[in-house]
Write a protein that binds this ligand. Structure first.
Ligand SMILES: NC(=O)N[C@@H](CC(=O)O)C(=O)O
Ligand SMILES: [Zn+2]
Ligand SMILES: [Zn+2]
Length: 429
């Protein structure tokens, strides 16, 4: 017996419209896809039925940049709560950053995360391994062993790799084993303890600002190192106009550079910050309106490849500290799709196909993953989304332990209503 998901709305490639489809799920896989207009309704006798009438039917979303906090920071999030939050956001595959405690810099910790994900997680969890031991920037980790254990790439996310030589060595080693290097770009000598970007908000409030160059200098440096080593180099959470320019230039030269952007950097600038509120503090910081336009343009022209959340939960106690002491980061899973759908698709700027590609097939393509495409024979990782009901963002209802979001109260459309991983419904409204 299988399950027919009937009457789902699926974007038609190259046309800005949806068509009705019926999808048969059997043995965890997509066994058939019927086009209602051409083939009519399926014979569902003997099968379970999920009626997706009025709902968008998409391949499950893929998020290549998330923080699950386990091991070590279980008070912020666990693999159990983080994957539930992801499922509620429509995500079926997430790649988790290694800035845990201990950090994921050896096989035992990779295995710990994979075991936990298997027993307590409800979506697919792909761990990254650290570039340097303890993320201290001094000594490379054992890439070969961690690759063997199942990491999908190497990154010191949370901090930038300060030494160019260390980064070059990491890239050469990763390239030799056909693995990507994923970089949090931040030059520590240019940051000096700021909480917000150099811009209007910092100026008005007499705060030291974080300059765009602290990000872009690493982007430029690393693109040159990627050219020299031939590695697949992926830039984390692009926020600055200069970074977009450098990546665009690198791509024009045929250098293997790819990049990602977060919803908050597409939607908010420093001029939207209402006051000294740590829920508006994240790394990289919200930049100026000019930067926001640049990252949007970068995503639209393909300079920026994919959308990620950088889901970064922190406890209420931590975010209640004063600005300087509060940690950087905001949660992202449960608001990402509604935000982007409401602000870019419903407004007519993007097609639904454009948005979905950057949350499904493109991340899969970039990282060589077998998911992210609605196609017979693929794993049945699927998401249904209610495009018509307006609802306000209510952090109290998040499945994440984190409540740290600047989007509380925003009225949005596009709320996921059912998430399926390998044919199993892991979350439904
Ligand atoms: N983005 C953030 O503001 N914070 C992240 C670290 C990171 O992604 O650099 C975190 O781990 O909290
Ligand atoms: Zn980072
Ligand atoms: Zn991060």
């Amino acid at each position: 017996m299988g399950t027919w998901i009937i009457n789902g709305s699926v974007p038609v490639r190259g046309q800005n419209r949806l068509e009705k489809k019926h999808v048969l799920v059997e043995n965890g896989k997509i066994a058939a896809i019927l086009d209602d207009a051409a083939e009519g309704a399926p014979d569902t006798v003997g099968h379970e039925i999920i009626d997706a009438a009025g709902k968008l039917l998409s391949a499950g979303f893929i998020d290549m940049h998330v923080h699950l906090r386990e091991p070590g920071f279980e008070y912020k999030e666990t693999i159990a709560t983080g994957t539930r939050s992801a499922a509620r956001g429509g995500y079926t595959t997430i790649a988790c950053m290694p800035n845990t405690r201990p950090v994921i810099d050896k096989v035992e910790t990779v295995n710990y995360v994979l075991d936990k994900a298997e027993t307590e997680g409800i979506v697919r969890v792909l761990p990254y391994g650290c570039i340097t031991k303890n993320q201290l920037g001094r000594e490379l980790t054992d890439f070969a062993a961690m690759k063997e254990a199942g990491v999908v790439g190497f990154t010191d996310d949370g901090v930038g790799v300060q030494s160019a030589q260390m980064m070059k060595d990491a890239m050469a080693l990763a390239a030799s084993m056909n693995m990507p290097v994923i970089a949090h770009c931040e030059d520590n000598t240019l940051v000096e303890g700021g909480s917000f970007t150099e811009g209007e908000f910092a100026r008005k409030n007499g705060l030291k600002g974080i300059p765009n160059e602290s990000e872009a200098i690493h982007v430029g440096r690393d693109i040159l190192l990627a050219e020299a080593t031939g590695v697949h180099y992926h830039v984390c959470h692009v926020s600055a106009e200069q970074s977009v320019r450098l990546i665009r230039h690198g791509k024009q030269f045929g250098i293997k550079v790819t990049s990602e952007v977060c919803p908050h950097h597409l939607l908010l600038s420093d001029e939207d910050i209402p006051g000294m509120d740590p829920n508006w503090k994240m790394n990289p910081p919200l930049r100026t309106p000019k930067d926001v336009e640049a990252v949007i343009a970068g995503l639209e022209d393909g300079t920026i490849d994919i959308i990620v959340t950088d889901h970064a939960p922190h406890s209420e106690e931590e975010k209640a500290r004063d600005l300087q002491m509060a940690p950087f980061g905001i949660v992202g899973f449960e608001t990402a799709f509604p935000l982007l759908y409401t602000k870019f698709v419903r407004t007519g700027r993007w097609t639904l196909e454009f948005l979905l590609d950057r949350m499904t097939s493109k991340p899969a393509e970039l990282f060589g993953l077998p998911w992210g495409i609605l196609e017979v024979g693929r794993a049945a990782d699927l998401t249904l989304v209610d495009l018509e009901t307006e609802k306000a963002v209510d952090p109290a209802q998040f499945l994440s332990k984190g409540r740290n979001t600047p989007f509380a109260g925003w009225k949005l459309y596009g709320w996921p209503s059912l998430t399926m991983v390998a044919g199993k419904t892991v979350w439904s409204e």
